[in-house]
Design a protein around this ligand. Structure first.
Ligand code: PLP
Length: 379
């Protein structure tokens, strides 16, 4: 990335040679990213990250579909907020219940499918939810909290019956790029969200894959960058960093995913042995190699995820708790609630995500620390 912050600093939209050099780096990056997911480079649109790509996909398709009298979106209760929120704001920028009411007034409808206890949505649920008014199905490729991998290929198949037209399938693949193989044609999706920082790329850049021919309106208006679909001066250093990160992650994926999966399995085994009150969240087989999510069953032990997190942090162990601070109080994870955990159990949850720097010794020290903390907190 470094040369593009200084030496090759031209504006990629300028026609002079400095601009052309920057443009060349941008297009090479686009090509590398496209290749990694089996797309054409003209189908990759750079954005500021996963959140923007999800918003672009959902609001862009909803706006375009209204012209054809379609006004229904299908999604799931376990989606990231970057999908759920724009589904509720597909047509009007309002918040909370106001959004739902305004949405109804505007005649826009969202079906939020329930998930099972492992976080899964079945393709049949999607098929049954689709009506002749449906313009978009948005189901994530893998869940960021519990790691469950969704049957996207089967979901895309039921959403695209040969006899019907007009349902666009979007998947948020922020968690899967570089972790498991992805091919947009194999999956059969029309739109795919990806983000650089989940695979050691720079923060603040992502992309939306838009299959050629998909009707989608822009969220931003301005110059003609990104073929007019996402105007604004292109961020060349970040695009170069994104492409390099993708290249490295794909090259290392087979070996690294196996290594991460063995750390995940070791941690799960040790947690099962050491904490009979712990529930392992997520699908037993269809799951990401790097995520372990556990809840302490509130009927057996009373713990707060936030306190566990802070105590682990004091020992240099970085985890997430799954709860979010909204209006000054801790809210349990919407994903764990959707999977059927009760509120108190959901609040006593931790997500461990393994990465490049983790080793087997880390698993031992995490379990040992957690054991000491849980003993301390339950006394
Ligand atoms: N979607 C998923 C599944 C995520 O995990 C994240 C980030 O955590 C996002 C979207 C948002 O991506 P970004 O942080 O690049 O905006």
């Amino acid at each position: 990335m470094r040369p593009y912050f200084s030496g090759t600093f031209g504006n990629a939209s300028s026609v002079h040679s400095f601009g052309r050099d920057a443009k060349m780096a941008l297009e090479k990056s686009r090509e590398a990213i496209a290749k990694a997911i089996g797309a054409q480079s003209g189908e990759i649109f750079f954005t500021s990250g996963g959140t923007e790509s999800d918003n672009f996909a959902i609001r862009g398709v909803a706006h375009a579909a209204r012209k054809h009298g379609k006004n229904h979106i299908v999604t799931s209760a376990a989606e990231h907020h970057a999908v759920l929120e724009p589904c509720l704001h597909a047509v009007v920028p309002q918040s909370g219940t106001q959004a739902c009411e305004k949405l109804k007034e505007d005649g826009f409808d969202v079906t939020i499918l329930p998930v099972d206890s492992s976080g899964l949505v079945a393709p049949e649920q999607v098929r049954d939810a689709i009506t002749d008014k449906t313009c978009l199905v948005s189901i994530m490729h893998a869940n960021n909290e519990v790691g469950t991998i969704y049957p996207i290929k089967e979901i895309a198949t039921v959403a695209h019956p040969p006899t019907a037209d007009g349902v666009v399938v979007h998947t948020d693949a922020v968690q899967t790029l570089g972790k498991i193989p992805i091919d947009v044609n194999e999956l059969g999706v029309d739109l795919m969200t990806i983000s650089a920082h989940k695979l050691y790329g720079p923060k603040g850049i992502g992309a939306l894959y838009i299959r050629r021919g998909v009707e989608i309106d822009s969220l931003l208006f301005g110059g003609g960058q990104e073929r007019g679909r996402r105007p604004g001066t292109e961020n060349v250093p970040l695009a170069v960093g994104f492409a390099k990160a993708v290249e490295l992650a794909i090259a290392e994926m087979d070996v690294e995913s196996k290594r991460l999966a063995s750390l995940r399995d070791k941690l799960e085994l040790k947690i099962r042995e050491s904490f009979p009150q712990a529930i392992i969240n997520g699908h037993p087989t269809e799951r990401l190699p790097n995520i372990v999510n556990i809840s302490f069953d509130n009927s057996k032990i009373q713990l707060e995820g936030e306190m566990l997190l802070m105590n682990l942090d004091l020992r240099g162990i970085a985890v997430t708790s799954g709860s979010a601070c909204t209006s000054g109080s801790m809210q349990p994870s919407h994903v764990l609630l959707a999977m059927g955990r009760d509120e108190k159990t959901a609040k006593a949850s931790l997500r461990f995500a393994f990465g490049k720097s983790n080793t087997e010794a880390d698993v031992d020290s995490v379990v040992e620390s957690l054991h000491q903390i849980v003993t301390q907190m339950s006394n």
